[in-house]
Design a binder for this molecule. Sequence first.
Ligand code: ZN
Length: 383
Amino acid sequence: MNVRRSNRAMIDHHCHAVVGRDLDPDEFEGMISESFAPAPLGTSHWDKPVGLAIRRWCAPVLDLPKFAEGGDYVARRLELGAAEVNRRFLKQSGITAYVVDTGNRPGLLCTYDELGAAADMPAFEVVRMEAVAEEVMRAGCDAKGYADAFEAAVEASLHDRVVGLKTIVAYRSTLRIDPTAPSRADIEAAASRWLADIEATGEVRIGDEVLERHILWFGADLARQKGLPIQFHIGLGDADVEMHACDPSHLTAYFRAVEPWGVPMTLLHCYPFHREAGMIAENFPNIYFDVGFVQNWAGPSYRNVMREALEMAPFTKQLFSTDAFGLSELFYLGAMRFKNSLDSVLDHWIELDECSPDYAEQIKTWVSGQNAERIYRLAPAAN
Ligand SMILES: [Zn+2]
C-alpha cells in the first residue's frame, strides 16, 4: 500500500464517504444532526457548535463571508454543485489517505474509490462485520449454516484495498457483554432466534449478543491471520447508542484474553470515555484510540478533549480520524480542528517548558499519521 507523502501524513483512519449528489436545505440540516428526528418546531440543527463552525470556517471556502447564514450557505452549495463542493473541501483538508468504513448506508454515499478520486488521495476500505452478517442473512441462510457462511463471507470481502475490520458491537448489544467465545451450538441457536425475528419484523438487523461475541472472536482470529487491525465503535453515537454501556473498559476481560494474539485494536472516537481509552491504550500493547468525530461537534471546546486525550496515553497510541459522514465539510473541519487543537495543547506544553519544539513535532507526526501508517501497514511512498 502506498501513501503519498506530504509534509506530514494525515491519515484519516476512520471515516465514511460523502454524498455525491446535491443536498436540499432539509437534507443538509439532517446531516449535521445525530438525531433521526428533525429539529423541534421553531428551532434548527444549525444552532449548535457544528453548525456554527460550518458557518465560520466552511462558508469562506465556498466564497461566502464568514458566519454566512445557514440558508445562504446551502443555496451557495447548490449553486456550486456537490462535485465542486466536495472537491474543494477534500483538497483543502490536507488529509493524505482515507480509511473508509463502507458498511453504513452505502446507498446514500459514494464509494471509497470515488472519495479517493474526488480528494486525489489514496482511499482504503474497512469491512464492517455486522454489515456482512446482515448481507449473509439477506442472501438466505439457515441457522445451522450461518456461522460458516458468515466467516466465509468476511474472508471473501478482504480484497487488496481492505486494510482493517470493524465491529459496531457497541450499538448492537453494548460493550457490557460476556467476554468469552460462544460455542457453535450457541451460534446456531442465536441464528435461529435471529431468523425468527426477521420473519416477525421483516427487518434484517443483527443484535443478538451471542452473534456479536462470534464477530469479536472470529474477527480477532481472522485479523491475526491476515495481519489486519480491528476497529471498535466506542462511546458516543446516534440515537440508538446506549452511551453509558459503551465505555471501553467493559471490554477489559476480552482485551486481556486476546492480547497474546497481538492484533492491533483501535478504539474509535471514545468520547466521553477518552480518558478510559487512553489508559487502556497504556495498559495493552495492541490497543490504540482516537478522539475523532468529537472535533466537529465540540467546535472550539475540542482542545479540552485533546488535552485530556494526551493526559496518559503513549503518543505512539493515538490516531487521527474525522468520522466524517456524508458532508465533505466534516473532513475539512475535522482535519483543521484536530490539527489546531493538537498544536494548541503542545504549544502550551512548550510554553510551560514541559516539551521541546522538536519533540512536539514528533508527537504531531505520530498522532497525525505515522501511528496509523504503522498499524494499517500503509507504507509511505518514497519521494
Ligand atoms: Zn464512527
